[in-house]
Write a protein that binds this ligand. Sequence first.
Ligand code: SF4
Ligand code: SF4
Length: 409
Amino acid sequence: MKYIYNKIKWILLKYYSKIMKTHTTNKTYAICCSFNKLPYLCLKIMLLRKDIFIKYYLTDENINETVENDEIKIISFEELKKLSENNSINGVILSAAYADHTVNNSIWGRAKKLYRYGIKDVLCIPATLEWTPIYKMAKIDKKNFITDIEQFSEPLVVKFLAYEGCNLNCSGCTHFASINQNPKMMTVDELNKDLLQLKKKFGYIKCIQFLGGEPLMNPQLSLMIKKVRKIFPYAQINVLTNGLLLMNTSKKLLNVLKNKKTLVFITQYKPVTKILPDITTKLDKNRIKYVVTSKIENFRIQYNQNGTGDAVKNFENCPDWACHTIVNGKIGGCYYAGLVKYANIFWNLNIPGEQYMYDLYSDEYTGAQLLKKLTSVTPLCSFCNGIPSPTIPWRCVAKDPVIADWFYN
Ligand code: SF4
Ligand code: SF4
């Protein structure tokens, strides 16, 4: 089977090269994408832009396979530098699906590296392009599909807080669910409005997540997943849960999770470990995709009250720098900006958050400008402790939550 798949792959690439030879373009590009996706992406790009001829596959990895095609050569970054010095290449196309979630290997991090190598023309293709089947491409809005990095507007992750409260109440919860005295339950109408506005603003989103608090506490979660799938047909959809309610999940929700290709991401705290085999059996039986983290024994004390952290260093090492979070029609770079207000209320603190939230409905910024703001370091990052941070053993909040479990300094 793998042999046949590989054969088809290289036949497609030959077909691509043959057609491109008949075009009069002399604009030569390298592409940085998953090696497996190379032929399909070349074909998709050809359907969108007749002026681009992909001649190189750019990678730092050791590819054992050879490209069965004389037209596309595998090159390293060093070889790219030489091509750029000889003016033998016009630019590089970066695939957002291939970029990872670290600051340096994100699409923006890779673009910066290419600028250092003398490449001036950096084009990006959203993950959505990679995930749209070729036969459906005629139907899609192609306007944002190949853009220069400055115009790139596909967020990596957008998070919706389906319910801000939680049934587990961990001490040190980074979303402050366990100290939230008036947790909000999101409605389908609110979500629908925000999704349509996101679509208008950004066009595409790589991954949309439901979390909280505990998202399974929202009785309308199945309708919400359906809305996302309708408005963003090719986005990844994840539900992040502590798993405790999965044994009581309705058949309706189980069907939606399966049919709408939603990934259930279970964070494994102590109470769920005991029932985990039952949960995974149930998910397997219903053919629902899931991931379970390793056991969480300790909690990172993520925040500090005085803003004494190294903002740039914290941001560059932050696993959550691209987890843009929606709270009341506003979007923040990460969850801290929108949720710190609950810590401010509970302990009478004054940590700035609101000023780093942007109105999704304002025309002040285009999608690309807004995304640039959301993916940049802010002074709020100095109110984080960065990695490594001090830790506490995981536990549920007893009667009186202690501030030292959330803030260290
Ligand atoms: S399970 Fe997650 S959301 Fe709930 S209190 Fe614990 S850390 Fe917070
Ligand atoms: S404030 Fe900055 S460092 Fe802290 S979680 Fe958000 S992005 Fe990360």
